[in-house]
Write a protein that binds this ligand. Structure first.
Ligand code: ADP
Length: 310
């Protein structure tokens, strides 16, 4: 049996070449993308997927070209929310074409491929060791998706991240650091755009504590944090047409990064998310206006000059 100490160099795996090849494929796939925005939190259930989709819709309504990559491979919500469950992947002109929503947002979600009655399995070489392989397999899959689909010319590619502060940081590592010298949104390692983070919280101390950890973890590296959105910031009562408190007001976030806006909880939005119905008439409601405001703030912060790398 070979011991670790017997292995010389890459052990004949060509691992460095394989990584370089994958990076080149990703760079090629993302060459036409202006901004990568990762919507994360650290906390689950705070509305990352909901805000990703509906901010994308608000930006799409302004004429921007948008796609979403649902990076929550084992809890993919985008397929159902965006109405692309069961979408078929077909060849495009040179790679796989992206399924599209009725309003023209390209969406990749594992939920289009794997039914909700099944879980995604990452193969493991040895029984009881699946944890060892998980991140490797997960990021290999992300690389495959980035390299295999036709992202085309986009203003924004939005990533709907899974929960977990440490995984949020792993996505930051994978998608490339903020190291541009000319102040343009380009990542040297990827040869494509660099990822910026938008974090989602809700007005509870429990959520704020977890999101604060994500801010701390991301701030250790050269990452661009655009700011946070406070979701479920009050409850929109349609009967009385007023926003009512949902959480104790002392739970408000102070996360040491800019607040790009607050979005109330609207049962109608939850209903539409469950049914994959579009948002066409929501702009006339408080939640529609709030989403539109956050979308504008997001655009402003993306277009604002970059701070020099720390
Ligand atoms: P996450 O992606 O952070 O796990 P989701 O986006 O899946 O969270 O949201 C969890 C649930 O809450 C979903 O059913 C979603 O429709 C609902 N939800 C999130 N934000 C709102 C909101 N502002 N108004 C109504 N429902 C919301």
């Amino acid at each position: 049996m070979k011991r670790y100490s017997d292995i010389v160099g890459d052990g004949g795996s060509r691992i460095l070449e394989q990584v370089a090849e994958q990076r080149a494929r990703i760079a090629d796939g993302l060459a036409g993308v202006r901004h990568l925005v990762a919507v994360g939190s650290g906390k689950g259930g705070v509305g990352k997927s909901t805000l990703t989709l509906h901010l994308a819709s608000a930006l799409r309504a302004r004429g921007l070209r948008i796609a979403i990559l649902d990076a929550d491979f084992n809890g993919p919500s985008q397929a159902r929310m965006a109405g692309v469950q069961g979408a078929v992947f077909v060849p495009g002109s040179h790679k796989v074409a992206l399924p599209r929503t009725a309003n023209g947002i390209g969406v990749f979600s594992m939920g289009s491929v794997i039914p909700e009655s099944e879980a995604l399995d990452f193969e493991s070489a040895a029984h009881g060791e699946s944890h060892t392989w998980r991140a490797t397999r997960e990021f290999a899959l992300l690389g495959e998706i980035l390299g295999s689909f036709e992202w085309g010319e986009l203003d924004l590619l939005m990533f709907d991240l899974p929960p977990g502060a440490e995984r949020t940081v792993q996505y930051a590592d994978f998608l490339g650091p903020f190291d541009d010298a000319q102040g343009r949104p380009f990542d040297v390692a990827l040869g494509g755009p660099r990822v910026s983070f938008l974090l989602v919280t809700i007005p509870s101390e429990v959520a704020r504590g977890v999101v604060a950890r994500s801010v701390a973890a991301l701030s250790k590296g050269p990452n661009r944090l655009l700011g946070y959105v406070e979701n479920m910031s009050g409850y929109y009562c349609r009967d009385c047409n007023a926003i009512k408190p949902l959480f104790d007001s002392s739970g408000g976030a102070d996360l040491a990064i800019p607040c790009l806006g607050t979005v109330p909880f609207d049962p109608e939005l939850a209903r539409r998310c469950d049914r994959g119905i579009s948002l066409a008439d929501l702009p006339e409601t408080p939640v529609g206006r709030a989403l539109d405001h956050v979308a504008q703030q997001l655009l402003n912060s993306l277009e604002s000059p970059l701070e020099p790398p720390r």
